[in-house]
Design a protein around this ligand. Structure first.
Ligand SMILES: NC(=O)c1ccc[n+]([C@@H]2O[C@H](COP(=O)([O-])OP(=O)(O)OC[C@H]3O[C@@H](n4cnc5c(N)ncnc54)[C@H](OP(=O)(O)O)[C@@H]3O)[C@@H](O)[C@H]2O)c1
Length: 290
């Protein structure tokens, strides 16, 4: 009996979203800095996503900086009633395109206000605290102070729900002692599975897990096995990789990024891709870099 893809919804914060969302980072210029090459296409991507049922968009005011949020506002405001926009705080950009931590209470409040203004919102529905301890991925270190500052912004009504990103299980536990955590956003995909146990633990608590770089990010996924299975299913490797994520656990909400309407269409079709048990088993066993 083939397993059908999980096309159902999952609660993100307080509202259901379709499990396949959209990540807006690719809508900024090179190095996620400055304006995109083709602003009209960026706007078309966002409108096409929403017109085709996407109701979870991941963004940040440090994409551009500000550019991506301003494009989202231009393309979609006033926003559809069911759209959940998730943004991030905890970093800032410098003119040389670097990413630096921005975690003081003042920086976090300024960041929230910048997001509200650039997105044209009165309240940010979900804000991820993006930890910046290491350039290489999650690294231990207390996040108590910035989480406490975000919880204060929540009390003030600037933020509705708080999530965490680029974090370890210990940091998630620390965050959950300070405030409810709506979602965890970490690097995870078919060949990068350091969070396998974490995903299952979060699923037991009905907390959304949002894998960033679901298609491999700056180094798109490449695997002969993936390509062979995709061809057999009359699908593309990217569709097959997204379908695998949708099968992996019910709390996984992939946010593939693209700057192209054609790629977006291809990616959204992954929600309907059935992975037969043997294909699923082969993909489950495909571990290259974990
Ligand atoms: N919390 C964090 O620290 C963090 C870090 C990184 C990203 N994120 C979020 O996660 C989202 C997803 O990550 P991502 O966009 O960096 O990486 P991704 O979704 O893994 O892959 C995006 C790359 O794949 C290409 N692509 C997309 N669809 C394709 C298709 N059907 N065929 C061929 N190539 C395709 C895109 O190029 P084209 O533009 O040419 O399609 C782009 O180069 C981001 O948009 C962002 O919202 C969060």
């Amino acid at each position: 009996m083939p397993q059908t893809p999980q096309t159902d919804a999952f609660i993100l914060g307080s509202r259901p979203v379709r499990r396949l969302g959209y990540g807006a980072m690719q809508l900024a210029g090179p190095h996620v800095f400055g304006p995109p090459k083709d602003r009209a296409e960026a706007i078309a991507v966002l409108r096409h996503a929403v017109a085709n049922g996407v109701n979870h968009i991941d963004t940040s005011d440090f994409y551009g900086p500000h550019v991506t949020n301003q494009i989202i506002r231009e393309a979609l405001h006033p926003y559809p009633a069911d759209l959940v926009i998730v943004t991030k705080l905890g970093a800032r950009r410098t003119p040389d395109t670097a990413w630096l931590p921005a975690i003081t209470p003042q920086e976090l409040k300024q960041g929230a206000e910048d997001n509200l203004r650039n997105l044209g919102l009165d309240m940010l529905e979900v804000v991820n605290f993006r930890a910046m301890f290491s350039r290489l991925g999650p690294a231990e270190g207390s996040i108590e102070a910035p989480l406490t500052a975000l919880a204060e912004l929540q009390r003030q009504g600037l933020i509705q729900h708080i999530g965490v990103s680029n974090v370890t299980p210990a940091q998630i536990a620390e965050a959950r002692r300070i405030c409810p955590i709506a979602c965890v956003q970490n690097h995870y995909n078919l060949i990068h599975r350091a969070d396998d146990a974490l995903i299952d633990a979060l699923a037991r608590d009905s907390i959304a897990y949002v894998p960033y770089f679901p298609l491999g990010g700056f180094t798109p996924l490449q695997s002969q096995t993936l390509s062979t299975i995709a061809a057999r299913l009359d699908a593309t490797p990217m569709q097959t990789a997204l379908a695998w994520l949708l099968h992996r656990a019910p709390n996984i909400l992939p946010i593939p990024g693209t700057s192209s309407v054609a790629h977006l269409q291809e990616n959204l079709a992954a929600a309907d891709l059935v992975l037969p048990p043997d294909a699923l088993a082969t993909l489950d066993g495909l571990l290259i870099d974990t």
